[in-house]
Design a protein around this ligand. Structure first.
Ligand code: ZN
Ligand code: ZN
Length: 348
């Protein structure tokens, strides 16, 4: 029988299964520990979410392996959480218990800095991030601020919805910042979880998509999802691109992508971490080409994307792993062995 949070509380031992990283280490050493931890308690305007599914993102790998400087350790990773509200904090009134919600990367902002006041909360000076600066969703329970959760549209099961919360939302913001227009030509570099969602939005907008990725299985998936062409990471697509997005964390792709870009085109860098970008010939950038990074997302991006995702509707390809096998899932992700997105099944 499945125990509810209330059962745990009655027993006086609020407990949950979780995967924890004590200190950053290469994923090959299986640094995630599967163990029992006390379940957290919601404060003030927080909600406690019973986690059913948590998507795995490349950023989790960066957190676990230490490419991103540690802010909290030990840490429970995971920022593509789908579950139901189990308990609300004393001042949380927005959603009733039982509401199905998603928790994403942007955990909270200060709401008062110059960026928040200018509608750019993704650049907030004092943000917190789920599964990075606060514990995330590789666990049976996770906390969120009620104003930062997203109701999940009906029509998506929990597992299929999980990759929408970062791969989907960040891919969507990347598309917006790439300036791709209806009928334009878009290049996607790296074809993992984010790109396999972004291509569906781009095609919905009437764009032609060219996929550049080193893995042949990923090239095949791109073609299945409607790419007009798929080739290697630094292969020249057969047409000049209006916009491109690099999702792969590899700086050496930047010159190749710029080379494929027409005059005035924009190259958006969708990752939170990238290896060093090699020296560029100015000719690659000249003619008003733009290179820009994509940092986090606003809540508006999230709500807009989930509306579009339901409208299309987006189909996510997922590979499911049990929570206790998070190490295996992340090793597979590192080795390009995931088709679409990896998702941890936590309940159900
Ligand atoms: Zn702020
Ligand atoms: Zn992510």
């Amino acid at each position: 029988m499945e125990l509810t949070y209330a059962d745990f509380s009655r027993r006086g031992v609020p407990d949950m299964k979780a995967c924890l990283v004590r200190s950053p280490a290469p994923i090959e050493t299986n640094p995630l520990e599967y163990l029992d931890l006390p379940a957290p308690q919601p404060a003030a305007r927080q909600v406690l979410v019973r986690v059913n599914a948590c998507g795995i993102c490349r950023t989790d790998l960066h957190v676990i392996e230490g490419e991103l400087a540690a802010h909290k350790s030990p840490i429970i990773p995971g920022h593509q959480v789908v579950g139901t509200i189990e308990k609300t904090g004393p001042d949380a009134t927005r959603y009733p218990r039982g509401t199905r919600v998603g928790i994403a990367w942007l955990h909270s902002t200060d709401g008062t800095c110059e960026y928040c006041l200018a509608g750019k909360e993704n650049l907030c000076n004092h943000p917190s991030f789920t599964g990075y600066t606060v514990d995330g969703g590789y666990a049976e329970f996770a906390l969120a601020e009620e104003s930062f959760v997203y109701p999940i549209p009906e029509g998506f099961g929990d597992l299929k919805a999980a990759p929408l919360l970062c791969a989907g939302i960040i891919g969507f913001r990347s598309l917006r910042l790439s300036g791709i227009e209806r009928g334009g030509r878009l290049g996607l570099y790296g074809f993992g979880a984010a790109a396999h969602v972004a291509i569906q939005v781009a095609r919905h907008w009437g764009a032609e998509v060219y996929a550049c990725t080193r893995d042949q299985r990923h090239q095949k998936l791109a073609l299945e999802l409607g790419a007009v062409w798929a080739g290697g990471t630094v292969d020249q697509p057969p047409a000049q691109l209006d916009s491109a997005i690099i999702f792969a964390p590899a700086g050496e792709i930047v010159p190749a992508a710029l080379k494929a870009l027409r005059k005035g085109g924009t190259l958006a860098l969708g990752g939170i971490h990238m290896s060093q970008i090699p020296p560029l010939d100015y000719d690659l950038l000249y003619q008003e080409r733009v290179v820009r990074s994509v940092a986090n997302n606003t809540r508006q991006d999230g709500h807009d994307f989930l509306r579009v995702a339901a409208e299309i509707p987006i189909h996510t390809e997922i590979e499911i792993f049990p929570l206790r096998e998070a190490n295996r899932a992340l090793n597979a992700l590192k080795n390009d062995a995931i088709r679409g997105a990896a998702v941890l099944q936590i309940a159900g």
